[in-house]
Write a protein that binds this ligand. Structure first.
Ligand code: ATP
Length: 229
C-alpha cells in the first residue's frame, strides 16, 4: 500500500535561488515523521511545498494516492493536510472560539472535542487570540488545525519560544494525537522529543536529504555532522 504522503524529487526556488534539490520523503498512515536539520536547511520550505504554499519547480507530491503537486493551498487543506504554522498565526482579533469555528470542517474533531482536548481553550473561549499566552496560542493553532479534521497534521516548530513546562504540555498533546492514529509530519528543535515520538526521521542539509531512517539509528556522528549537536 502506498504511503499517505509521498514526496519525490521536490525542487523549490525562491526567485533565482534554489532551496530544495530533490527532496524525497514519505509519511505512512498513522506514522509520525520528523523532518530535521540545522537552521536554514530547508525544513520550512519543504513543509510549505507540501502544503502548496510555494510553487514546485520539479518533483511530485502525492497525498492519499493522488497528485497534489499543482494544487493551490486551500485545496491541499481540503484534501486533508492541516498545517500548524511556525509562529502560530491565529487571527488576533477573533476570539478563541471564533478562531476554531473559522477552521471547522466536518469530521470527528468538533469544537467540543477540541475543548476537551485542550481545556484551556474552553476556559479562554471568549477571549481574543491576541490576549492569549504563547502556550495558549500554540494550543489554539493546533486546535484550529484539528478542526479541519486533517488526515495529516503538519507541525512546524510547535514548541518554539515556549517555557519548558508549556513545551512539555504541547509534547504530551502531540503524543496523545499520535496515540489516536493521527499521521504527523513535524519539525522541532528538541531532538530528544523528536526521537521519542518519531517513527522515522529525515535529515536535510542545504536542501537535500542526507539521511533518513529509524530514530534509533541516528548515531552520535550523524548528530554532530548534520544536527550540530
Ligand atoms: P529554520 O529552522 O531556520 O526555519 P529551515 O530548515 O526551515 O530553517 P528554510 O526556512 O526552509 O530552512 O530555508 C531554506 C533556505 O531557503 C535558506 O537558505 C533560506 O535562506 C532560504 N529561504 C527561506 N525563505 C526564503 C524566502 N522567503 N526568500 C528567499 N530565500 C528564502
Amino acid at each position: 500500500m502506498s504511503a499517505l504522503l509521498e514526496v519525490e524529487g521536490l525542487e523549490i526556488f525562491y526567485g533565482g535561488s534554489q532551496a530544495l534539490f530533490g527532496v524525497d520523503l514519505e509519511v505512512g498512515e498513522g506514522q509520525a515523521v520528523a523532518l530535521m536539520g540545522r537552521n536554514g536547511m530547508g525544513k520550512t520550505t519543504t513543509i510549505h511545498g507540501i502544503c502548496r504554499m510555494l510553487p514546485v519547480r520539479a518533483g511530485r507530491i502525492r497525498f492519499d494516492g493522488r497528485d497534489i503537486t499543482g494544487l493551490p493551498s486551500f485545496q491541499a487543506a481540503r484534501r486533508g493536510i492541516g498545517l500548524v504554522p511556525e509562529g502560530r498565526r491565529c487571527f488576533p482579533n477573533l476570539t478563541v472560539t471564533e478562531n476554531l469555528i473559522a477552521a471547522a470542517r466536518p469530521g470527528a474533531w468538533t469544537l467540543e472535542r477540541v475543548r476537551d482536548f485542550f481545556p484551556r481553550l474552553g476556559e479562554r473561549a471568549g477571549q481574543y487570540a491576541a490576549t492569549l499566552s504563547g502556550g495558549e496560542q500554540q494550543m489554539l493553532a493546533i486546535g484550529r488545525a484539528l478542526m479541519t479534521n486533517p488526515r495529516l497534521l503538519v507541525l512546524d516548530e510547535a514548541t518554539e519560544g515556549l517555557a519548558p513546562v508549556i513545551r512539555s504540555e504541547i509534547w504530551a498533546a502531540i503524543e496523545a494525537l499520535k496515540a489516536t492514529g493521527q499521521s504527523i509530519l513535524l519539525v522541532d528543535k528538541s531532538l530528544n522529543d523528536l526521537l521519542r515520538i518519531a517513527d522515522s526521521c529525515v535529515i536535510l542539509e542545504r536542501g537535500r536529504v542526507v539521511w533518513s531512517g529509524d530514530p534509533g539509528a541516528i548515531s552520535a556522528d550523524i548528530q554532530t555532522r548534520y544536527l550540530g549537536l
